[in-house]
Design a protein around this ligand. Structure first.
Ligand SMILES: *[C@@H]1O[C@H](CO)[C@@H](O)[C@H](O)[C@H]1NC(C)=O
Ligand SMILES: *[C@@H]1O[C@H](CO)[C@@H](O)[C@H](O)[C@H]1NC(C)=O
Ligand SMILES: *[C@@H]1O[C@H](CO)[C@@H](O)[C@H](O)[C@H]1NC(C)=O
Length: 358
């Protein structure tokens, strides 16, 4: 009986990443007859653990999608559980297929909302009323005291919320729900945070720049690097977003380093220092100077007296179009879970605790 209890615990430990509701499930093994302890082979134990793990996974995948049923409330505080109306203030072109959209929620609604929700990095879901589809967008500078939020929004050729948002004019109403934490920033946790973005994938990093990076008293010992790529110079983020980041990098090179990449360029850009390449293995190695050299056995053996430098606590954040995320860090797993670390970072030996795909 004691062996059985231990097995059950092992199974649950294997499933720690499941949502809390998993723990309320009936005991997985309660119907099994108590086995004769001498007959439990280690192989059988492994099988039970794997089965329990898969059970937890499938349970995870059938959780209801909260967005479908989310109602709209006019006056309630902002929440991810319901939609809140907002008004379009401005919607201006900012390059090929992109616009800068400014919207506002009523300041009295904001005043009643929980300020803890607006911590880096957060986003909101905006709903396309015509087709009842929602997409997440990151407010570039968070939300100000007037309830204003600014978004950089790309329009894709096929039925996307972005396309619908591009048709909005000042005075139009849209509905959003949030804030939702895209990724939880932690202070004094990493020596180096490397942000890799493509296209509008830069938006969470712009938010992080304004809330964390540009404030030198927040995690003062953490260094940041931004590697951003766009198809061509015209598609780079508008200069109102990019210039403050580049200026800050120049003035505070110990805090932030920024490198811009384009796939193609007809001529040298007058405004920016651009590398014409994808963010591939060469580019990552060259710009970061990171070669993770595994210690060879003889070095460990003969060179023990030499103190090893402490390994850097390094975190990669990757955000962009799916093919780019896949090339840099491997594809997402099922249901947009993190999946394995692959691509360039996988090849360089980085693991799931060091890489986060936004
Ligand atoms: C996960 O994906 C499946 C289809 O592959 C879908 O039916 C299910 O609702 C999804 N679960 C969540 C939590 O998104
Ligand atoms: C910078 O961060 C500190 C500590 O969190 C905070 O007290 C201060 O208000 C911030 N400064 C700005 C300009 O946001
Ligand atoms: C010990 O390691 C250092 C660098 O880690 C290297 O420069 C040095 O040559 C090594 N010495 C021996 C005897 O291997």
């Amino acid at each position: 009986m004691q062996r059985l209890a231990v097995r059950s615990l092992q199974a649950r430990l294997a499933c720690l990443q499941c949502p809390p509701s998993y723990w309320q499930r009936p005991k997985l093994f309660s119907t099994a007859a108590p086995p004769n302890p001498s007959q439990i082979s280690s192989r059988k134990r492994v099988v039970t653990v794997v089965v329990a793990f898969l059970g937890g996974l499938s349970f995870y995948f059938v959780l209801p999608d909260p967005s479908r049923a989310a109602p709209t409330y006019q006056q309630k505080p902002l929440s991810a559980r319901h939609f809140t109306p907002a008004t379009v203030i401005a919607n201006e072109d900012s390059g090929p297929d992109t616009k800068l959209l400014r919207i506002s929620v009523k300041p009295e609604i904001l005043a009643r909302s929980d300020p803890n929700g607006f911590k880096a990095a957060w986003s909101v879901f905006i709903k396309d009323d015509d087709i009842q589809v929602e997409r997440p967008y990151t407010p570039l500078y968070g939300i100000d005291e007037h309830g204003h939020m600014l978004f950089w929004i790309k329009k894709y050729p096929r039925g996307e919320v972005g396309r619908w948002l591009h048709t909005k004019v000042p005075g139009d109403k849209i509905e959003l729900r949030g804030p939702l934490t895209t990724w939880g920033w932690k202070e004094d946790t990493w020596d180096e945070v490397i942000m890799i973005s493509g296209g509008t994938g830069i938006t969470p990093f712009v938010q992080l720049f304004h809330s964390v990076i540009s404030n030198l008293s927040v995690s003062p010992s953490t260094q940041f690097r931004l590697l951003h790529s766009s198809k061509n110079p015209e598609e780079l983020p508008p200069s109102s977003l990019l210039k403050p980041i580049l200026r800050f990098s120049k003035e505070n090179p110990d805090r932030l380093k920024t490198n811009l990449f384009v796939d193609t360029s007809d001529q040298a850009s007058p405004d920016y220092d651009l590398s014409v390449t994808r963010i591939n293995e060469e580019a990552v190695k060259k710009n970061l100077g990171i070669y993770r050299q595994p210690l060879s056995w003889w070095k460990t053996f003969f060179n023990r007296s030499e103190p090893e430098p402490l390994p850097k606590r390094r975190l990669f954040l990757v955000c962009g179009p799916e093919p780019m995320v896949a090339a840099v860090a491997g594809p997402y797993g099922r249901n947009m879970s993190q999946g394995q670390v692959g691509g360039v970072l996988g090849k360089l030996g980085y693991t799931t605790s060091e890489v986060y795909k936004l």
